[in-house]
Design a protein. Structure first.
Length: 202
């Protein structure tokens, strides 16, 4: 895992938001914070048991940063197509894999039923990629990024922070790699520039 460059101040409000979740979401017991979503995705893949030469299913319409997380583990990216509604096509005949990534495109909830059926037949685990949907919910009022065993969220894409992402899982704290220490040192030029760009974007 890469060290966190996001400051404790930037993450404090996110931690409060997580603490305020109601009891219906208490099953997601463990959270790990990262500077970027790609690092959270890598740890999610590791938690799924993905290693060298393992297959990971992901949509053909995807951010290249997700591929970086797969490549760093020496795993093999296997693509499935999506239709005009950005829902998966052909998962019923897709090859087996160790993990499959379901994307909540632009913060809208992905239909998870085809993924669940695929996992029953293949033994794969679902990772919910919720990079764009921090604090968004589906029609059942369930938080996106917390509807599967593993979910990643990049809240820097929803609010004005230079860095910030998290991995949320239903596993116990001891079953996931420990949280790396937060870096609260002097702000680098990179972080200052990212913070400025974030302010301009908002």
């Amino acid at each position: 895992m890469a060290p966190l460059s996001v400051s404790i101040q930037d993450l404090r409000w996110a931690d409060v938001a997580c603490q305020e979740l109601d009891d219906t979401e208490a099953q997601m017991t463990t959270v790990r914070y990262f500077s970027l979503g790609r690092f959270a995705m890598k740890q999610a893949l590791v938690a799924c048991g993905v290693g060298e030469n393992d297959s990971v299913m992901l949509p053909s319409f995807i951010c290249r940063d997700v591929l970086a997380a797969i490549n760093e583990l020496g795993a093999i990216a296997t693509f499935y197509d999506v239709d005009k509604k950005l829902e998966p096509i052909g998962l019923d005949s897709a090859p087996k894999s160790k993990a499959i990534i379901a994307v909540n495109y632009f913060g809208f909830p992905q239909n998870l039923e085809p993924f669940k059926k695929y996992c029953v037949s293949s033994g794969a685990k679902i990772i919910e990629d919720n990079a764009h949907g921090f604090l968004s919910r589906d029609t059942n009022n369930q938080l996106l990024g917390q509807r599967t065993e593993y979910g990643i969220t990049s809240f820097r894409k929803s609010v004005r922070t230079s860095d910030g992402a998290m991995l949320t899982t239903s596993h116990n704290d001891t079953e996931i790699a420990p949280q790396l220490e937060f870096q609260n040192s002097a702000v680098s030029f990179r972080d200052s520039a990212l913070s400025l760009f974030a302010q301009i974007e908002r």
